[in-house]
Design a protein around this ligand. Structure first.
Ligand code: DQA
Length: 145
């Protein structure tokens, strides 16, 4: 079955490649998305992607995704920890969202241990670097099946 998955990235993820590489690795977001799209194609999945540093744009993209994609892989960046607007957008659209992080947020500063989004997501993947996106995709496809 052909599926469409939105890969949504929040603030500062456009800086991947140069941003704190000891935490986030050396790949750019484009590198990850290129490899993820190739991987997804094996499963007849089309990846569409969107990155924004602006909370309202991410809310708007979730609204657009409602009814047009099968699920969402979402790295909300720092918004993970405090955006009630994004939480409401996920809950309100009813989208199947996998919260995804490069780093293990539970092994970092205490303020990163809380996700206000996780309770309205189908699951969370964190800590596997670039591989987190691939694990999230496989988990999402199994969930949708
Ligand atoms: C992140 C973790 C967040 O705490 C941080 O603010 C980010 C990236 C991750 O992918 O590990 O911007 O979501």
């Amino acid at each position: 079955m052909t599926r469409t998955v939105l890969v949504l990235n929040g603030p500062n993820l456009n800086l991947l490649g140069t941003r704190e590489p000891e935490i986030y690795g050396h790949d750019t977001l484009a590198d990850i998305l290129t490899d993820l799209s190739a991987h997804a194609a094996h499963s007849e999945v089309t990846i569409v992607d969107f990155q924004s540093n602006t909370e309202g744009e991410l809310v708007g993209r979730l609204h657009e995704a409602q009814g047009t994609v099968d699920g969402v892989i979402f790295n909300p960046g720092a918004f993970t920890h405090y955006s009630i607007a994004l939480r409401d957008a996920i809950a309100g659209t009813g989208l199947a969202v996998v919260e995804t992080h490069l780093s293990n947020i539970h092994a970092r500063e205490e303020f990163r241990h809380t996700s206000v989004l996780a309770p309205v997501c189908v699951g969370v993947v964190a800590g596997f670097g670039r591989h987190s996106y691939f694990v999230a995709l496989d988990a999402l496809l199994r969930y949708l099946a």
